[in-house]
Design a protein around this ligand. Structure first.
Ligand code: SF4
Length: 179
């Protein structure tokens, strides 16, 4: 039985601004999201083991996700000076990634088989070994929700967590599949 109050406290302690329970049955993996990856707007398609196609087919991702019933959504919401505040966005993203790695290590003590799904591609190494050599840290690499084919706004909505926190804010969302 997951105690979400305790998980919320652990999430806030790691540095997240918001957390919420994730019902894994609400997770839908959509080919349309993978098609957005293939459009390569973020320039990571086919360049990193944690992004498509290196992270595996949608069917393989589905196989991993369907082993879980309950999880935790985590968010970092940052205030921006204006809607073009790129520095504020990058600073919030960096805080989110740091909090994510911190909480992942903490949660692994209780949930050694957890599946951590982050925001953005894996940036653990300066240069990813993809596709010439195996991943240097296969147990630590983390794919994004989008790489799994998740539409983050749908998952937030179906789990009663806001996706948008208003003008001049930016929200980064990740999740941990626990049980
Ligand atoms: S850990 Fe390094 S090699 Fe593995 S996916 Fe991340 S950046 Fe690439």
């Amino acid at each position: 039985m997951i105690d979400f109050e305790t998980l919320d406290a652990r999430g806030k302690n790691a540095g997240f601004t918001h957390t919420g329970p994730l019902d894994c049955h609400t997770i839908r993996l959509l080919p349309e999201v993978r098609e957005m990856c293939a459009a390569d707007k973020c320039h990571q398609y086919n360049k990193n083991w944690t992004c498509p196609p290196g992270c595996g087919s949608l069917e393989e991702c589905e196989g991993k996700v369907r082993r879980y019933q309950k999880g935790l959504i985590v968010q970092t919401v940052g205030e921006l000076e204006d809607n073009m505040d790129g520095e504020g966005m990058m600073e919030t993203e960096a805080r989110h990634k740091e909090a994510f790695l911190r909480l992942m290590e903490d949660l692994k003590k209780d949930y050694p088989d957890l599946l951590a799904i982050g925001a953005g591609c894996c940036t653990r190494c300066k240069t990813c070994t993809y596709p010439d050599a195996p991943c240097r840290f296969p147990d630590k690499k983390v794919s994004s929700m989008e790489a799994y084919g998740m539409l983050v706004s749908q998952i937030c909505k179906d789990n009663s967590l806001p996706y948008y926190y208003g003008d001049c804010t930016i929200a980064y969302t990740s999740c941990f599949l626990l049980e």
